[in-house]
Design a binder for this molecule. Sequence first.
Ligand SMILES: [Zn+2]
Length: 214
Amino acid sequence: MDIILLGPPGAGKGTQAKRLEEGRGMIQLSTGDMLRSAREAGTPVGLRVRAVMDRGELVSDAIVSALIGEHLDLGGATGAIFDGYPRTQPQAEALEILLEERGRKIDHVVELVVDEEELVTRITGRFTCAKCKAPYHDELHQPKVTGVCDICGGTEFRRRPDDNEQTVRTRMAEYREKTAPILPFYEAKGLVRRVDGMASVEQVAAAIDAFLDS
Ligand SMILES: [Zn+2]
């Protein structure tokens, strides 16, 4: 089974992809990771990627598709989870051909849907214990004793500098602009399944499983 997993940063895509890898033996194909490793490995496609990136340009549809093609053979895995790809209609059409050549197709396009305002609240309020990394939140999950970690008793906490409203809104805008436009292509094929990305990790997992098993 091959699926595309879509959702803005903060929707829990990484967590769900990892669970599908561990639970179903699928393999996550992240174009971000692929571009980085191709650059380093110096494969023919990798050398082209490096040249383009060194010029500060965006990697073309053709190169990204060639790179995906290099990684499509599953080995022992039961299917692929595409992450960050396809982003354009030419990429989606190329992927269709690459999969067809291998007797495969996209079975589901799972979109984790988030509420932007709620996402802003969740992300901007989070902080972690500096010592044991236990997660907390200003509104949703304060330590029982203010300023003291429930788990280890630590009194120092950290916030990630990019956990701020502007960053969240910029990422949402990027998602709408760069990734979401591919949805109509798959909607026309009846493949898009929407999951409430604001639900708990377990609920999101159960909803994805229900689609994949249907
Ligand atoms: Zn702690």
